[in-house]
Design a protein around this ligand. Structure first.
Ligand code: ZN
Length: 254
């Protein structure tokens, strides 16, 4: 069974969500997590989770939403839903100017605390903000007891060790299939019980679909690449990643 731990089904690129879910199942997909990036998308993710078996969701404000009018109370309304697995995606993104670092840090910290209050893990987006990310996680270590997942991990091996020390999990997606990915060493050095796979669809389509709209069924190519890097069979990898998924997302039912 394949698991896509991070997808955005609520994207305008997609026509029918049921067709996406259907193709995912045909490719061997069993479970996926539909990830919100603001209040509207989080509510739409909840709707998808209610409509489809095997679809769960996460709710939260992406760092690129930090300069807008956000209301954590809206997100909070979703967190006790039986299929809401985490607060996410949340974090820091210092790539797209202009933005206020201060507001991103505040929004991120407030959502870490919100997750803790509801007994949920968090799904983290971290881009070009390594130092601040580590500082905020250390500062909020008391609120990380339900776990945190570094999604689409793109930072250094050294930084990965810092996150590991704090109990972090790591998800890898289509980018590891790119020619100059150079992710092999990092993936090999992360303990196997801290690894997950994802698509981050509609972004980051894996080879051979690079440059097109990604979708959950393509997580299969991420699994293939992980098998190659880790020299494990597909069966063994599927089993391990499923074990990791249920260990991390404790509200998901096997
Ligand atoms: Zn995402």
């Amino acid at each position: 069974m394949l698991i896509d731990s991070h997808s955005h089904l609520d994207d305008k690129k997609y026509g029918s969500v049921s067709e996406l879910v259907e193709r995912f199942r045909k490719a061997g997909g069993g479970v996926l997590v539909d990830i919100g990036f603001d209040a509207d998308s989080s509510f739409n993710c909840k709707r998808h989770a209610e409509e489809f078996d095997g679809v769960y969701f996460a709710a939260g404000y992406h760092p690129q939403e930090a300069d807008k009018n956000n209301d954590n109370a809206l997100i909070e309304r979703l967190l006790d839903h039986e299929k809401c697995l985490a607060v996410g995606e949340i974090g820091l993104d210092y790539h797209y100017e202009p933005f206020s670092k201060e507001r991103q840090r505040e929004l991120f910290s407030s959502q870490i605390k919100l997750a803790s209050k509801h007994g949920l893990p968090i799904i983290i987006h971290s881009r070009e903000a390594s130092a601040d990310m580590l500082a905020i996680l250390k500062e909020n270590a008391a609120y990380l007891g339900n776990g945190f997942l570094m999604h689409c991990y793109s930072e250094s091996l050294e930084q990965a060790k810092n996150y590991l020390d704090l109990g972090g999990y790591f998800a890898f997606g289509g980018a590891i299939t790119f020619k100059n990915a150079k992710k092999d060493d990092i993936i090999k050095s992360i303990p196997k019980n801290r690894l997950l796979a994802e698509t981050d669809c509609p972004y980051m389509a894996p080879v051979p679909f690079r440059g097109t709209a990604n979708e959950p069924s393509y997580v299969s190519f991420v699994y293939d690449k992980l098998c190659e890097i880790l020299s494990v069979s597909r069966e063994a990898l599927e089993e391990k990643l499923a074990e990791n998924f249920y260990a991390f997302f404790k509200k998901a039912r096997r």
